[in-house]
Write a new protein. Structure first.
Lengths: 393, 201
Protein backbone atom coordinates (compact mmCIF):
# COMPACT_ATOMS: atom_id res chain seq x y z
CA UNK A 1 0.00 0.00 0.00
CA UNK A 2 1.42 3.41 -0.97
CA UNK A 3 1.75 6.23 1.53
CA UNK A 4 -1.13 8.07 -0.11
CA UNK A 5 -3.38 5.01 0.16
CA UNK A 6 -2.79 5.05 3.91
CA UNK A 7 -4.76 8.27 4.15
CA UNK A 8 -8.49 7.56 4.34
CA UNK A 9 -10.15 8.89 1.14
CA UNK A 10 -12.75 10.88 3.07
CA UNK A 11 -10.00 12.64 5.04
CA UNK A 12 -7.98 13.32 1.90
CA UNK A 13 -11.06 14.60 0.11
CA UNK A 14 -11.93 16.94 2.95
CA UNK A 15 -8.39 18.33 3.03
CA UNK A 16 -8.42 18.91 -0.72
CA UNK A 17 -11.81 20.61 -0.52
CA UNK A 18 -10.64 22.86 2.28
CA UNK A 19 -7.46 23.76 0.36
CA UNK A 20 -9.51 24.54 -2.74
CA UNK A 21 -11.89 26.77 -0.83
CA UNK A 22 -9.00 28.56 0.80
CA UNK A 23 -7.41 29.15 -2.59
CA UNK A 24 -10.70 30.45 -3.97
CA UNK A 25 -10.79 27.92 -6.82
CA UNK A 26 -13.94 26.39 -8.23
CA UNK A 27 -14.56 22.68 -8.60
CA UNK A 28 -14.51 23.18 -12.34
CA UNK A 29 -11.09 24.83 -12.29
CA UNK A 30 -9.74 22.01 -10.15
CA UNK A 31 -11.30 19.35 -12.35
CA UNK A 32 -9.83 20.99 -15.46
CA UNK A 33 -6.37 21.03 -13.86
CA UNK A 34 -6.39 17.25 -13.49
CA UNK A 35 -8.19 16.68 -16.79
CA UNK A 36 -11.30 15.27 -15.17
CA UNK A 37 -15.01 16.04 -15.10
CA UNK A 38 -16.42 18.15 -12.30
CA UNK A 39 -18.31 15.08 -11.05
CA UNK A 40 -14.95 13.32 -10.60
CA UNK A 41 -13.71 16.16 -8.45
CA UNK A 42 -16.90 16.03 -6.41
CA UNK A 43 -16.28 12.29 -5.91
CA UNK A 44 -12.68 12.97 -4.84
CA UNK A 45 -13.68 15.64 -2.36
CA UNK A 46 -16.43 13.49 -0.90
CA UNK A 47 -14.05 10.55 -0.47
CA UNK A 48 -15.69 8.34 -3.09
CA UNK A 49 -12.72 8.33 -5.41
CA UNK A 50 -9.05 8.14 -4.51
CA UNK A 51 -6.55 10.47 -6.14
CA UNK A 52 -3.19 9.38 -7.46
CA UNK A 53 -0.12 11.22 -6.20
CA UNK A 54 0.28 12.99 -9.56
CA UNK A 55 -3.28 14.35 -9.36
CA UNK A 56 -2.81 15.34 -5.75
CA UNK A 57 0.32 17.20 -6.71
CA UNK A 58 -1.41 19.07 -9.55
CA UNK A 59 -4.26 20.06 -7.24
CA UNK A 60 -1.89 21.21 -4.49
CA UNK A 61 0.01 23.28 -7.04
CA UNK A 62 -3.26 24.88 -8.18
CA UNK A 63 -4.15 25.64 -4.57
CA UNK A 64 -0.80 27.30 -3.91
CA UNK A 65 0.45 24.66 -1.51
CA UNK A 66 2.49 21.47 -1.66
CA UNK A 67 1.57 17.83 -1.11
CA UNK A 68 3.86 17.78 1.89
CA UNK A 69 2.39 20.93 3.43
CA UNK A 70 -1.14 19.60 2.99
CA UNK A 71 -0.63 15.98 3.99
CA UNK A 72 2.30 15.63 6.38
CA UNK A 73 1.13 14.08 9.62
CA UNK A 74 1.56 17.15 11.83
CA UNK A 75 -0.03 19.64 9.44
CA UNK A 76 -2.55 21.65 11.30
CA UNK A 77 -5.61 22.21 9.18
CA UNK A 78 -6.76 25.23 10.90
CA UNK A 79 -8.75 27.68 8.89
CA UNK A 80 -10.22 30.68 10.59
CA UNK A 81 -11.25 32.21 7.31
CA UNK A 82 -14.82 30.86 7.18
CA UNK A 83 -15.43 32.25 10.66
CA UNK A 84 -14.03 35.64 9.67
CA UNK A 85 -15.92 35.53 6.37
CA UNK A 86 -19.21 35.50 8.26
CA UNK A 87 -18.20 38.79 9.84
CA UNK A 88 -16.88 40.72 6.94
CA UNK A 89 -19.02 42.54 4.49
CA UNK A 90 -18.42 41.99 0.80
CA UNK A 91 -16.45 45.19 0.36
CA UNK A 92 -14.14 44.50 3.25
CA UNK A 93 -11.77 42.13 1.46
CA UNK A 94 -8.91 43.58 3.48
CA UNK A 95 -10.62 42.34 6.64
CA UNK A 96 -10.58 38.82 5.26
CA UNK A 97 -6.91 39.24 4.37
CA UNK A 98 -6.21 40.04 8.02
CA UNK A 99 -8.18 36.96 9.08
CA UNK A 100 -6.23 34.81 6.65
CA UNK A 101 -2.93 36.21 7.87
CA UNK A 102 -3.85 35.48 11.48
CA UNK A 103 -4.91 31.99 10.49
CA UNK A 104 -1.60 31.34 8.68
CA UNK A 105 0.51 32.68 11.54
CA UNK A 106 -1.29 30.61 14.15
CA UNK A 107 -1.14 27.47 12.03
CA UNK A 108 2.62 27.89 11.55
CA UNK A 109 3.27 28.55 15.22
CA UNK A 110 1.20 25.62 16.45
CA UNK A 111 2.80 23.20 13.99
CA UNK A 112 6.28 24.33 15.07
CA UNK A 113 5.29 23.95 18.73
CA UNK A 114 3.98 20.45 18.04
CA UNK A 115 7.19 19.45 16.27
CA UNK A 116 9.23 20.71 19.20
CA UNK A 117 6.89 19.16 21.76
CA UNK A 118 6.11 22.52 23.35
CA UNK A 119 2.95 22.89 25.39
CA UNK A 120 1.92 26.51 25.64
CA UNK A 121 0.91 27.73 29.05
CA UNK A 122 -1.14 30.69 30.17
CA UNK A 123 -3.93 31.52 32.49
CA UNK A 124 -7.44 30.67 31.41
CA UNK A 125 -9.49 33.75 32.00
CA UNK A 126 -13.07 33.00 32.95
CA UNK A 127 -15.60 34.27 30.44
CA UNK A 128 -17.63 37.24 31.64
CA UNK A 129 -20.58 37.87 29.35
CA UNK A 130 -21.89 41.42 29.35
CA UNK A 131 -24.88 41.82 31.63
CA UNK A 132 -27.87 44.09 31.27
CA UNK A 133 -27.26 47.63 32.47
CA UNK A 134 -24.51 50.17 32.01
CA UNK A 135 -21.66 48.58 30.00
CA UNK A 136 -19.13 51.22 30.97
CA UNK A 137 -19.63 50.53 34.66
CA UNK A 138 -19.20 46.80 34.02
CA UNK A 139 -16.09 47.38 31.93
CA UNK A 140 -14.52 49.60 34.60
CA UNK A 141 -15.23 47.00 37.27
CA UNK A 142 -14.00 44.06 35.17
CA UNK A 143 -10.80 45.86 34.16
CA UNK A 144 -10.01 46.64 37.78
CA UNK A 145 -10.72 43.04 38.81
CA UNK A 146 -8.53 41.63 36.06
CA UNK A 147 -5.69 43.96 37.00
CA UNK A 148 -5.90 42.76 40.60
CA UNK A 149 -6.16 39.12 39.52
CA UNK A 150 -3.04 39.48 37.37
CA UNK A 151 -1.23 41.19 40.22
CA UNK A 152 -0.79 44.41 38.28
CA UNK A 153 -2.13 46.69 40.96
CA UNK A 154 -2.71 50.13 39.56
CA UNK A 155 0.64 50.77 37.87
CA UNK A 156 0.92 51.60 34.19
CA UNK A 157 1.58 48.64 31.90
CA UNK A 158 4.98 49.00 30.34
CA UNK A 159 4.65 46.24 27.77
CA UNK A 160 1.13 45.28 26.79
CA UNK A 161 2.20 42.67 24.26
CA UNK A 162 4.37 40.80 26.76
CA UNK A 163 1.51 40.90 29.23
CA UNK A 164 -0.88 39.44 26.67
CA UNK A 165 1.59 36.83 25.41
CA UNK A 166 3.51 35.74 28.46
CA UNK A 167 1.07 36.29 31.31
CA UNK A 168 -2.30 35.69 29.72
CA UNK A 169 -1.12 33.26 27.02
CA UNK A 170 -2.61 35.03 24.02
CA UNK A 171 -0.87 34.37 20.72
CA UNK A 172 -0.09 37.90 19.60
CA UNK A 173 1.23 38.82 16.16
CA UNK A 174 2.10 42.34 15.12
CA UNK A 175 2.16 42.63 11.36
CA UNK A 176 1.82 45.43 8.86
CA UNK A 177 -1.79 45.20 7.69
CA UNK A 178 -4.31 47.57 6.16
CA UNK A 179 -4.36 50.80 8.17
CA UNK A 180 -8.14 50.62 8.60
CA UNK A 181 -7.79 47.53 10.79
CA UNK A 182 -6.58 47.96 14.33
CA UNK A 183 -6.84 44.35 15.41
CA UNK A 184 -8.32 40.92 14.91
CA UNK A 185 -9.17 38.33 17.51
CA UNK A 186 -10.19 34.72 17.41
CA UNK A 187 -10.44 31.95 19.97
CA UNK A 188 -10.14 28.28 19.25
CA UNK A 189 -9.98 25.39 21.71
CA UNK A 190 -6.83 24.02 20.04
CA UNK A 191 -4.90 27.25 19.78
CA UNK A 192 -6.31 29.34 22.61
CA UNK A 193 -6.79 33.08 22.15
CA UNK A 194 -5.07 34.58 19.09
CA UNK A 195 -4.65 38.22 18.20
CA UNK A 196 -3.32 40.22 15.28
CA UNK A 197 -2.32 43.84 15.81
CA UNK A 198 -1.33 46.42 13.22
CA UNK A 199 2.41 47.10 13.02
CA UNK A 200 1.64 50.26 11.04
CA UNK A 201 -0.03 51.81 14.07
CA UNK A 202 1.93 53.53 16.84
CA UNK A 203 2.67 51.51 19.95
CA UNK A 204 0.13 53.46 22.00
CA UNK A 205 -2.57 52.61 19.49
CA UNK A 206 -1.54 48.96 19.47
CA UNK A 207 -1.69 48.88 23.26
CA UNK A 208 -5.29 50.06 23.17
CA UNK A 209 -6.14 47.64 20.38
CA UNK A 210 -4.57 44.75 22.25
CA UNK A 211 -6.59 45.42 25.39
CA UNK A 212 -9.72 46.10 23.32
CA UNK A 213 -9.35 42.61 21.80
CA UNK A 214 -8.65 41.20 25.27
CA UNK A 215 -12.07 42.53 26.28
CA UNK A 216 -13.63 40.51 23.46
CA UNK A 217 -11.79 37.44 24.75
CA UNK A 218 -13.33 38.05 28.16
CA UNK A 219 -16.89 38.68 27.10
CA UNK A 220 -17.51 36.76 23.88
CA UNK A 221 -14.54 34.60 23.00
CA UNK A 222 -16.40 32.41 20.55
CA UNK A 223 -17.19 35.30 18.24
CA UNK A 224 -14.22 36.29 16.08
CA UNK A 225 -13.58 40.02 15.82
CA UNK A 226 -12.04 42.33 13.30
CA UNK A 227 -11.78 45.81 14.74
CA UNK A 228 -11.75 48.64 12.26
CA UNK A 229 -10.85 52.14 13.14
CA UNK A 230 -12.63 53.62 10.15
CA UNK A 231 -16.00 52.21 11.18
CA UNK A 232 -17.60 53.38 14.39
CA UNK A 233 -19.63 50.54 15.82
CA UNK A 234 -21.59 51.54 18.84
CA UNK A 235 -23.08 48.23 19.89
CA UNK A 236 -22.75 47.21 23.52
CA UNK A 237 -19.86 44.82 22.80
CA UNK A 238 -17.76 47.56 21.26
CA UNK A 239 -18.70 50.12 23.90
CA UNK A 240 -17.67 47.62 26.55
CA UNK A 241 -14.37 46.80 24.81
CA UNK A 242 -13.46 50.48 24.41
CA UNK A 243 -14.33 51.26 28.01
CA UNK A 244 -12.48 48.18 29.23
CA UNK A 245 -9.32 49.22 27.35
CA UNK A 246 -9.49 52.72 28.80
CA UNK A 247 -10.01 51.46 32.33
CA UNK A 248 -7.36 48.77 32.06
CA UNK A 249 -4.66 51.03 30.62
CA UNK A 250 -5.59 54.14 32.53
CA UNK A 251 -7.03 53.07 35.90
CA UNK A 252 -9.17 55.87 37.30
CA UNK A 253 -7.45 56.26 40.65
CA UNK A 254 -3.94 56.24 39.18
CA UNK A 255 -4.93 58.73 36.51
CA UNK A 256 -6.36 61.01 39.18
CA UNK A 257 -3.21 60.76 41.30
CA UNK A 258 -0.81 61.32 38.41
CA UNK A 259 -2.96 64.12 37.06
CA UNK A 260 -2.75 65.88 40.42
CA UNK A 261 1.04 65.42 40.56
CA UNK A 262 1.71 66.55 37.02
CA UNK A 263 -0.63 69.52 36.98
CA UNK A 264 0.25 70.72 40.49
CA UNK A 265 0.41 74.50 40.51
CA UNK A 266 -1.15 74.90 37.06
CA UNK A 267 -4.48 76.39 36.25
CA UNK A 268 -4.65 75.01 32.74
CA UNK A 269 -4.20 71.63 31.14
CA UNK A 270 -1.29 72.16 28.78
CA UNK A 271 0.05 70.13 25.89
CA UNK A 272 3.06 69.29 28.05
CA UNK A 273 0.80 67.75 30.74
CA UNK A 274 -0.98 65.64 28.13
CA UNK A 275 2.26 64.46 26.56
CA UNK A 276 3.79 63.42 29.88
CA UNK A 277 0.67 61.64 31.11
CA UNK A 278 0.03 59.86 27.80
CA UNK A 279 3.62 58.66 27.74
CA UNK A 280 3.41 57.50 31.35
CA UNK A 281 0.36 55.33 30.64
CA UNK A 282 1.49 54.21 27.17
CA UNK A 283 -1.65 55.48 25.47
CA UNK A 284 -2.28 57.99 22.72
CA UNK A 285 -2.64 61.65 23.64
CA UNK A 286 -6.23 61.61 22.41
CA UNK A 287 -7.06 58.56 24.53
CA UNK A 288 -5.52 60.22 27.55
CA UNK A 289 -7.47 63.46 27.15
CA UNK A 290 -10.71 61.60 26.52
CA UNK A 291 -10.07 59.62 29.71
CA UNK A 292 -9.51 62.86 31.62
CA UNK A 293 -12.81 64.11 30.25
CA UNK A 294 -14.54 60.89 31.30
CA UNK A 295 -13.12 61.16 34.81
CA UNK A 296 -14.15 64.83 34.91
CA UNK A 297 -10.55 65.93 35.31
CA UNK A 298 -10.91 67.96 32.12
CA UNK A 299 -13.93 69.66 30.64
CA UNK A 300 -15.91 67.87 27.95
CA UNK A 301 -14.58 68.95 24.57
CA UNK A 302 -11.00 69.44 25.72
CA UNK A 303 -9.60 67.08 23.12
CA UNK A 304 -11.68 68.78 20.43
CA UNK A 305 -10.24 72.12 21.54
CA UNK A 306 -6.68 70.79 21.21
CA UNK A 307 -7.58 69.31 17.86
CA UNK A 308 -9.09 72.56 16.58
CA UNK A 309 -6.10 74.53 17.82
CA UNK A 310 -3.29 72.73 16.05
CA UNK A 311 -3.41 69.42 17.91
CA UNK A 312 -0.41 68.02 19.75
CA UNK A 313 2.33 67.17 17.32
CA UNK A 314 4.95 64.45 17.41
CA UNK A 315 7.62 67.17 17.41
CA UNK A 316 6.10 68.75 20.50
CA UNK A 317 6.08 65.33 22.16
CA UNK A 318 9.70 64.77 21.19
CA UNK A 319 10.63 68.14 22.61
CA UNK A 320 8.91 67.38 25.93
CA UNK A 321 10.04 63.78 26.28
CA UNK A 322 13.54 64.25 24.87
CA UNK A 323 15.38 60.96 25.34
CA UNK A 324 12.61 58.94 26.89
CA UNK A 325 10.69 56.63 24.60
CA UNK A 326 7.59 58.19 23.09
CA UNK A 327 4.77 55.76 22.79
CA UNK A 328 3.30 57.67 19.85
CA UNK A 329 6.42 57.67 17.73
CA UNK A 330 7.30 54.04 18.19
CA UNK A 331 6.16 52.80 14.83
CA UNK A 332 7.22 49.34 13.85
CA UNK A 333 6.14 48.87 10.27
CA UNK A 334 8.35 45.82 9.86
CA UNK A 335 6.70 42.47 9.56
CA UNK A 336 9.32 40.61 11.52
CA UNK A 337 9.12 42.58 14.74
CA UNK A 338 6.63 40.68 16.80
CA UNK A 339 7.00 37.41 15.01
CA UNK A 340 9.97 36.96 17.30
CA UNK A 341 8.60 33.88 19.00
CA UNK A 342 7.65 32.36 15.67
CA UNK A 343 11.17 33.01 14.37
CA UNK A 344 12.75 31.41 17.44
CA UNK A 345 10.60 28.33 16.99
CA UNK A 346 11.49 28.19 13.30
CA UNK A 347 15.19 28.39 14.08
CA UNK A 348 14.91 25.63 16.67
CA UNK A 349 13.04 23.38 14.25
CA UNK A 350 15.60 24.07 11.51
CA UNK A 351 18.61 23.58 13.78
CA UNK A 352 17.23 20.27 15.01
CA UNK A 353 16.69 19.13 11.44
CA UNK A 354 12.94 18.73 11.97
CA UNK A 355 12.08 20.80 8.91
CA UNK A 356 13.89 21.58 5.70
CA UNK A 357 14.36 25.04 4.28
CA UNK A 358 11.59 24.37 1.76
CA UNK A 359 9.13 23.20 4.41
CA UNK A 360 9.85 26.16 6.66
CA UNK A 361 9.70 28.84 4.02
CA UNK A 362 6.36 27.48 2.82
CA UNK A 363 4.99 27.21 6.35
CA UNK A 364 5.98 30.77 7.19
CA UNK A 365 4.94 32.11 3.78
CA UNK A 366 8.29 33.77 3.15
CA UNK A 367 11.03 33.36 0.55
CA UNK A 368 14.06 31.19 1.16
CA UNK A 369 16.48 34.13 1.28
CA UNK A 370 14.26 35.94 3.78
CA UNK A 371 14.16 32.75 5.88
CA UNK A 372 17.95 32.48 5.73
CA UNK A 373 18.23 36.07 6.99
CA UNK A 374 15.95 35.32 9.93
CA UNK A 375 17.80 32.13 10.82
CA UNK A 376 21.23 33.70 10.61
CA UNK A 377 20.28 36.55 12.97
CA UNK A 378 19.12 34.03 15.57
CA UNK A 379 22.16 31.82 15.00
CA UNK A 380 24.44 34.83 15.42
CA UNK A 381 22.82 35.59 18.77
CA UNK A 382 23.23 31.94 19.73
CA UNK A 383 26.89 31.97 18.78
CA UNK A 384 27.42 35.01 20.96
CA UNK A 385 26.06 33.25 24.02
CA UNK A 386 28.70 31.94 26.33
CA UNK A 387 28.70 28.49 27.87
CA UNK A 388 27.69 30.09 31.15
CA UNK A 389 24.33 31.05 29.64
CA UNK A 390 23.43 27.53 28.57
CA UNK A 391 19.89 26.61 29.49
CA UNK A 392 19.33 23.63 31.78
CA UNK A 393 17.84 20.61 30.00
CA UNK B 1 25.75 9.08 0.64
CA UNK B 2 28.59 9.57 -1.74
CA UNK B 3 30.34 12.95 -1.88
CA UNK B 4 30.28 14.74 -5.22
CA UNK B 5 32.70 13.36 -7.74
CA UNK B 6 32.13 14.05 -11.41
CA UNK B 7 34.13 11.28 -12.98
CA UNK B 8 31.63 10.85 -15.76
CA UNK B 9 30.43 13.80 -17.77
CA UNK B 10 27.18 12.05 -18.53
CA UNK B 11 26.13 11.96 -14.87
CA UNK B 12 23.18 14.29 -14.46
CA UNK B 13 23.17 16.85 -11.66
CA UNK B 14 19.74 17.47 -10.10
CA UNK B 15 19.80 20.86 -8.44
CA UNK B 16 17.42 21.72 -5.62
CA UNK B 17 16.03 25.22 -4.91
CA UNK B 18 18.35 25.63 -1.91
CA UNK B 19 21.32 25.39 -4.29
CA UNK B 20 20.01 26.85 -7.53
CA UNK B 21 19.20 30.20 -5.90
CA UNK B 22 22.84 30.46 -4.85
CA UNK B 23 24.08 29.84 -8.37
CA UNK B 24 21.48 32.22 -9.81
CA UNK B 25 22.50 34.92 -7.34
CA UNK B 26 26.20 34.62 -8.14
CA UNK B 27 26.04 36.94 -11.14
CA UNK B 28 27.85 34.28 -13.17
CA UNK B 29 25.20 31.56 -13.39
CA UNK B 30 25.47 31.21 -17.14
CA UNK B 31 29.22 30.76 -17.11
CA UNK B 32 29.22 28.46 -14.09
CA UNK B 33 26.62 26.14 -15.56
CA UNK B 34 28.22 26.23 -18.97
CA UNK B 35 31.54 25.31 -17.38
CA UNK B 36 30.03 22.26 -15.71
CA UNK B 37 30.19 19.61 -18.36
CA UNK B 38 27.52 17.42 -16.82
CA UNK B 39 23.84 17.93 -17.66
CA UNK B 40 22.08 20.18 -15.16
CA UNK B 41 18.48 19.26 -14.33
CA UNK B 42 15.93 21.11 -12.26
CA UNK B 43 12.64 19.47 -11.29
CA UNK B 44 9.55 21.27 -12.59
CA UNK B 45 8.29 21.44 -9.00
CA UNK B 46 11.38 23.47 -8.08
CA UNK B 47 10.73 25.86 -10.99
CA UNK B 48 7.19 26.31 -9.71
CA UNK B 49 8.43 27.04 -6.22
CA UNK B 50 10.74 29.71 -7.61
CA UNK B 51 7.85 31.11 -9.64
CA UNK B 52 5.83 31.47 -6.42
CA UNK B 53 8.65 33.57 -4.95
CA UNK B 54 8.38 35.94 -7.93
CA UNK B 55 5.43 37.52 -6.10
CA UNK B 56 7.76 38.25 -3.22
CA UNK B 57 10.07 40.09 -5.57
CA UNK B 58 12.71 37.42 -6.17
CA UNK B 59 14.17 37.17 -9.68
CA UNK B 60 15.25 33.52 -9.50
CA UNK B 61 12.41 32.14 -11.63
CA UNK B 62 13.15 34.51 -14.51
CA UNK B 63 16.89 33.85 -14.31
CA UNK B 64 16.24 30.11 -14.40
CA UNK B 65 13.93 30.48 -17.38
CA UNK B 66 16.71 32.29 -19.28
CA UNK B 67 19.11 29.43 -18.55
CA UNK B 68 16.52 26.95 -19.71
CA UNK B 69 15.93 28.92 -22.89
CA UNK B 70 19.70 28.82 -23.51
CA UNK B 71 19.51 25.05 -23.03
CA UNK B 72 21.98 25.24 -20.17
CA UNK B 73 19.44 23.76 -17.79
CA UNK B 74 16.74 21.22 -18.50
CA UNK B 75 13.58 20.95 -16.44
CA UNK B 76 12.39 17.47 -15.60
CA UNK B 77 9.02 16.03 -14.63
CA UNK B 78 8.49 13.22 -12.17
CA UNK B 79 8.18 9.98 -14.09
CA UNK B 80 8.27 6.25 -13.50
CA UNK B 81 9.95 5.20 -10.29
CA UNK B 82 10.56 8.84 -9.36
CA UNK B 83 6.82 9.18 -8.65
CA UNK B 84 6.83 6.53 -5.95
CA UNK B 85 10.08 7.88 -4.46
CA UNK B 86 8.52 11.34 -4.39
CA UNK B 87 5.43 9.98 -2.66
CA UNK B 88 7.57 8.27 -0.06
CA UNK B 89 9.50 11.49 0.60
CA UNK B 90 6.56 13.88 0.96
CA UNK B 91 4.12 11.78 2.96
CA UNK B 92 4.55 10.86 6.60
CA UNK B 93 5.74 12.65 9.70
CA UNK B 94 7.04 16.18 9.31
CA UNK B 95 10.47 15.29 10.67
CA UNK B 96 10.94 12.49 8.10
CA UNK B 97 9.52 14.22 5.03
CA UNK B 98 10.52 16.98 2.66
CA UNK B 99 8.73 19.68 0.76
CA UNK B 100 7.76 18.81 -2.80
CA UNK B 101 10.72 20.52 -4.53
CA UNK B 102 13.33 18.84 -2.36
CA UNK B 103 11.58 15.49 -2.69
CA UNK B 104 11.24 15.80 -6.47
CA UNK B 105 14.94 16.61 -6.83
CA UNK B 106 15.97 13.52 -4.87
CA UNK B 107 13.38 11.35 -6.63
CA UNK B 108 14.64 12.36 -10.08
CA UNK B 109 18.26 11.80 -9.03
CA UNK B 110 17.43 8.36 -7.65
CA UNK B 111 15.63 7.39 -10.86
CA UNK B 112 18.53 8.52 -13.07
CA UNK B 113 21.34 7.49 -10.73
CA UNK B 114 22.30 11.15 -10.81
CA UNK B 115 23.75 13.53 -8.26
CA UNK B 116 21.60 15.51 -5.81
CA UNK B 117 22.85 19.08 -5.44
CA UNK B 118 21.35 20.56 -2.29
CA UNK B 119 22.47 22.78 0.57
CA UNK B 120 19.70 21.54 2.85
CA UNK B 121 20.93 19.45 5.74
CA UNK B 122 17.61 17.78 6.33
CA UNK B 123 17.19 16.90 2.66
CA UNK B 124 20.61 15.27 2.80
CA UNK B 125 19.78 13.37 5.98
CA UNK B 126 16.48 12.06 4.63
CA UNK B 127 18.01 11.10 1.29
CA UNK B 128 20.97 9.45 2.99
CA UNK B 129 18.68 7.41 5.19
CA UNK B 130 16.56 6.10 2.34
CA UNK B 131 19.06 5.99 -0.52
CA UNK B 132 22.56 5.59 0.87
CA UNK B 133 24.09 5.10 -2.58
CA UNK B 134 22.93 8.42 -4.02
CA UNK B 135 25.75 10.85 -4.78
CA UNK B 136 25.38 14.39 -3.44
CA UNK B 137 27.00 17.77 -3.66
CA UNK B 138 26.45 21.36 -2.57
CA UNK B 139 26.49 24.82 -4.15
CA UNK B 140 30.02 25.27 -2.85
CA UNK B 141 31.10 22.04 -4.53
CA UNK B 142 29.91 23.54 -7.82
CA UNK B 143 31.59 26.92 -7.20
CA UNK B 144 34.85 25.07 -6.59
CA UNK B 145 34.75 22.58 -9.45
CA UNK B 146 38.05 22.82 -11.35
CA UNK B 147 36.21 23.52 -14.61
CA UNK B 148 34.29 26.41 -12.98
CA UNK B 149 37.45 27.80 -11.37
CA UNK B 150 39.21 27.66 -14.70
CA UNK B 151 36.38 29.34 -16.62
CA UNK B 152 35.89 32.19 -14.15
CA UNK B 153 39.46 32.69 -13.06
CA UNK B 154 40.28 33.41 -9.40
CA UNK B 155 38.93 36.98 -9.24
CA UNK B 156 35.53 36.24 -10.74
CA UNK B 157 35.25 32.95 -8.85
CA UNK B 158 35.53 34.86 -5.58
CA UNK B 159 33.15 37.51 -6.86
CA UNK B 160 30.60 34.80 -7.66
CA UNK B 161 30.99 33.36 -4.18
CA UNK B 162 30.66 36.80 -2.60
CA UNK B 163 27.49 37.57 -4.59
CA UNK B 164 25.90 34.27 -3.54
CA UNK B 165 26.76 34.98 0.08
CA UNK B 166 25.35 38.49 -0.06
CA UNK B 167 22.33 38.10 -2.32
CA UNK B 168 21.23 34.54 -1.47
CA UNK B 169 22.69 34.27 2.04
CA UNK B 170 24.36 31.05 0.95
CA UNK B 171 25.65 28.82 3.72
CA UNK B 172 29.17 27.51 3.41
CA UNK B 173 29.66 23.93 4.63
CA UNK B 174 32.39 23.45 7.21
CA UNK B 175 34.58 21.61 4.71
CA UNK B 176 34.78 24.69 2.47
CA UNK B 177 34.90 27.33 5.18
CA UNK B 178 38.65 27.84 5.43
CA UNK B 179 38.96 28.12 1.67
CA UNK B 180 36.06 30.60 1.45
CA UNK B 181 37.40 32.81 4.24
CA UNK B 182 40.86 32.79 2.73
CA UNK B 183 39.57 33.50 -0.78
CA UNK B 184 37.25 36.33 0.28
CA UNK B 185 39.74 38.09 2.50
CA UNK B 186 38.98 39.75 5.84
CA UNK B 187 37.17 42.79 4.50
CA UNK B 188 34.64 40.86 2.44
CA UNK B 189 34.20 38.19 5.12
CA UNK B 190 32.89 40.81 7.56
CA UNK B 191 30.26 41.78 4.99
CA UNK B 192 28.81 38.26 4.73
CA UNK B 193 26.29 37.65 7.53
CA UNK B 194 25.63 34.08 6.42
CA UNK B 195 29.17 33.07 7.29
CA UNK B 196 29.53 31.85 10.88
CA UNK B 197 30.09 34.74 13.25
CA UNK B 198 33.41 33.33 14.43
CA UNK B 199 34.84 33.87 10.93
CA UNK B 200 33.65 37.49 10.80
CA UNK B 201 35.55 38.68 13.87
Amino acid sequence: MSALENIPPAELGALLRSARNKAGKTQLEAADAIGAARTTLVAIESGHRRTRIEETQVLCRLYGTSVNALLRAESLHLDFEPRFRKLATAEAEFSLEAGKLLSDLVRAEVELENLLGIKRTGVILPEKPIQAGNVKVQAEQDALELRQWLGLGSSPILDVISLLELTIGVRVYVRAIDGRISGAFIYDVVTGPCMLLNANHPRSRRNQSGIHELAHYLTSRNSPQISRQDVVTRNREEQYADAFARAFLTPARTVMEKFREITAGSRLLSRRHVIILANYFGVSREALVRRLEELELAKRGTWDWFHDNGGISADQAKEVLRDSADAESDQVGRSEWAAVRLNLLAEAVFRQGLMSEGQLSRLLGIGRVELREILEVIEDEGEEAQHGTALPR
Amino acid sequence: MVQLSLDSQSTELFVDASAIINILSSGFAEEIIDAIQNPIRVAVVVCEELAESRELGWPHADLLTSLRDMRLVETVELEGVAVSVFERLVLGHGADTLDDGEAATIACAVKSSGVVITDDRKALRVAEGLFPGVCRGSSMDLFRLPSVAERLGPTRQVEALFNALIHARMRVPEAHLDWAVEALGPERVTMCPSLPKKTRK
